[in-house]
Design a protein around this ligand. Structure first.
Ligand code: ZN
Ligand code: ZN
Length: 381
């Protein structure tokens, strides 16, 4: 999250609910403690980098939780599974090598987070505790058991699953920031800390609104409100993603959503899935009709792009907006070092302005192409 330092209201209101979840107002809860710590100066513990890294990752792991985001709760049945947002058999199999993939990850040390490509087991890729056994199996049958055919129901389900994954993630991020406040209460009086907290809270509220939208459509059996562009490429890309996010600017550079703002405005999402199939790749991008005033023009612009223009733009969009992207191991390992560095740093630059300027300066900003034919790229070695 980029804190640009020019946002308004970067304070926790005294009569706002305290971030510690006590149910009390901030003024009558953690405020005094926060002031005391701020006044005395927070002493950063002198831990080793590996201990800091371990602590941050442990805190993040602890935010994980199980929920079923399915509708008609009376049908919930079975354990909450670590369900895949990208299909294990159909999609992840296609990009994994010896059952492994790469994803973006961070090591955290005293100077902050440092990105790297982490090798993970295919079984852990893109999985989250967002559905009970029943809903995970039943709800998604039309996209799990059938090839994509651009039906309204399939488009609805792809969008809904991207939304659910992000909703779960956003709830965890809010929890993470609350943990940071517990560790260092003075952060509750710190602009950058409050900024992260407010954005996380607004993200969760936006997701909750979107969830209601999906729910109403689903209960009405009306899948026509998800507006979708589908493109099929005639080659297999070496990655897959399932994600949703609010787009900042349209293709002409006009602001769609002020994503850095902490004002309480709606921040509607687009839903994006890109994944390889046999001898091809599906790109499925959608928005909800209720958000037409935000996205109609943007989608018209996207529709007018030919495949080359669209993939060039997607190359940017995916890396700028999501961490839920999984790469073929050979693809990453065979990337020329400059492209590999560009991929990793362009990803990090979405939350690090200085890095972004550096990359632009050195001409290495988005200097890579994810939309390569996997076979071609391995043949060329
Ligand atoms: Zn409190
Ligand atoms: Zn359920």
């Amino acid at each position: 999250m980029i804190y640009t330092g020019n946002s308004k209201n970067l304070k926790i209101d005294p009569y706002e609910e305290c971030p510690c979840d006590s149910g009390k107002k901030f003024k009558f809860c953690c405020y005094q403690e926060a002031r005391k710590v701020k006044h005395n100066g927070y002493k950063t513990p002198d831990y080793s980098d590996s201990r800091i890294n371990h602590m941050v990752h442990k805190t993040w792991e602890d935010t994980d939780f199980k929920v079923c985001l399915g509708f008609e709760k009376e049908n919930c049945n079975g354990d909450i599974k670590n369900a895949h947002s990208l299909q294990n058999n159909r999609i992840l199999n296609r990009i994994s090598v010896n059952n492994h993939l790469y994803k973006f990850s961070f090591k955290v040390n005293k100077t902050g987070p440092v990105g790297y490509f982490q090798k993970i087991s295919k079984n852990k890729a893109s999985a989250f505790f967002g559905f009970c056994d029943y809903h995970d199996t039943e709800l998604f049958k039309p996209i799990e058991l059938h090839d994509y055919d651009n039906t309204e129901l399939q488009n609805f389900l792809f969008a809904f699953r991207s939304h659910s994954l992000e909703y779960h993630l956003k709830l965890r991020k809010l929890e993470m920031q609350k943990e940071v406040f517990k560790l260092n209460p003075s952060m509750m009086l710190d602009e950058s800390g409050v900024y992260v907290y407010k954005v996380a809270k607004l993200d969760v509220e936006d997701c909750a609104k979107n969830h209601e939208m999906f729910k109403i459509d689903y209960l009405n059996g009306d899948y026509s409100k998800i507006k979708t562009i589908h493109r099929k490429l005639d080659y297999e890309v070496p990655f897959a993603t399932c994600t949703s996010f609010a787009v900042n600017k349209d293709l002409n550079g006009n602001i769609i959503n002020d994503i850095y703002s902490t004002d309480e405005e709606d921040m509607p999402s687009v839903y994006l899935n890109v994944y390889p199939i046999e001898n091809g790749t599906n790109i499925i991008i959608s928005y909800h009709e209720n958000d037409e005033r935000f996205y109609k023009t943007y989608f018209t612009q996207l529709e007018q792009l030919d495949n080359d223009e669209l993939t060039e733009y997607m190359n940017f969009l995916i890396i700028e907006y999501t961490e839920n992207v999984f790469f073929n191991i050979d693809f990453i390992e065979n990337l020329e070092s400059k492209s590999k560095e560009s991929l990793l740093e362009s990803f990090q630059s979405s939350v690090n302005l200085l890095m972004k300027f550096d990359l632009i300066d050195t001409g290495n900003y988005y200097n890579f192409n994810l939309f390569q034919d996997v076979d071609q790229s391995s043949v060329s070695l």
